[in-house]
Design a protein around this ligand. Structure first.
Ligand SMILES: N[C@@H](CCC(=O)N[C@@H](CS)C(=O)NCC(=O)O)C(=O)O
Length: 227
């Protein structure tokens, strides 16, 4: 049995976007797992991993931290289960896509939903979250709320390449979803779990794609507690 350490928010919300990549990868590989929800500020709870971030998994005797390394571990150890990358080229392209999502899409989404996240983190994390996010964004949470419409427009512009791609093929990985889909999906699931606002228009090709991802594994992500 695999154990996944992830963040806990108010009302059983599981809001770590990187952990959503791992959750979807574990389901894709048809692996059973249990979760260990932890607070963002509780570094003692995850000190065993040698780092300060989740996701972390324990798979038998092996501890792996970092969503990308976890995906590589699962692909390597569970070769007979459905592929996350589809070979070396797929692994390389997925890693490049991971970097683009982390550096372009995640910050664009954070500016849209930061204040909503703050309202839904565990009460023990409110101060920690505010100070780290205000430092990262170089502005106050209140200011992000008042500039939300601009942030939403910036997010839309950042996502244009994916809108074009998803007009041509149903998934990021082509015909069927795999790890690169989960990389992008994690950002929308983060918003879905922590913000009451919709970030996609109904006509957006990303909207239909997100619905397909929400349906996977008997509605695994759809049935998660949300804002
Ligand atoms: N590159 C890492 C990033 C992990 C990460 O930043 N996780 C966040 C939660 S989504 C975290 O644990 N942050 C700890 C902190 O801000 O103190 C990965 O892909 O796993």
């Amino acid at each position: 049995m695999i154990t996944l350490w992830e963040l806990k928010g108010k009302g059983e919300r599981r809001y770590s976007l990187f952990s959503w990549r791992t959750r979807m990868a574990l389901k894709h590989k048809r692996l059973d797992f249990t979760t260990q929800p932890v607070c963002l500020s509780d570094k003692a709870a995850i000190a065993f991993s040698g780092g300060r971030t989740v996701p972390i998994i324990r798979d038998g005797e092996t501890v792996v931290r970092d969503s990308w390394k976890i995906a590589e571990h699962l692909e390597e150890r569970y070769r007979d289960a459905p592929a996350l990358f589809g070979g070396d080229i797929g692994r390389g392209v997925s890693q490049a896509f991971n970097a683009w999502v982390d550096r372009a899409v995640v910050p664009a989404m954070l500016s849209v939903i930061a204040a909503d996240i703050h309202e839904r983190v565990d009460p023990a994390d409110e101060e920690y979250f505010r100070s780290s996010i205000e430092k990262a964004l170089k502005t106050s949470l209140e200011q992000t709320r008042s500039e939300r419409d601009d942030a939403l427009r910036r997010l839309g512009r950042t996502l244009e390449p994916m809108q074009a791609a998803l007009k041509r093929q149903p998934c990021v990985c082509g015909r069927a979803p795999a790890y690169a889909d989960y990389i992008l999906f994690s950002v929308f699931q983060w918003a879905r779990v922590m913000s009451p606002h919709e970030v996609l228009g109904p006509e957006d090709p990303l909207c239909a794609w997100r619905e397909r991802l929400l349906d996977l594994f008997d509605g695994f992500a759809r049935n998660a507690p949300v804002a």
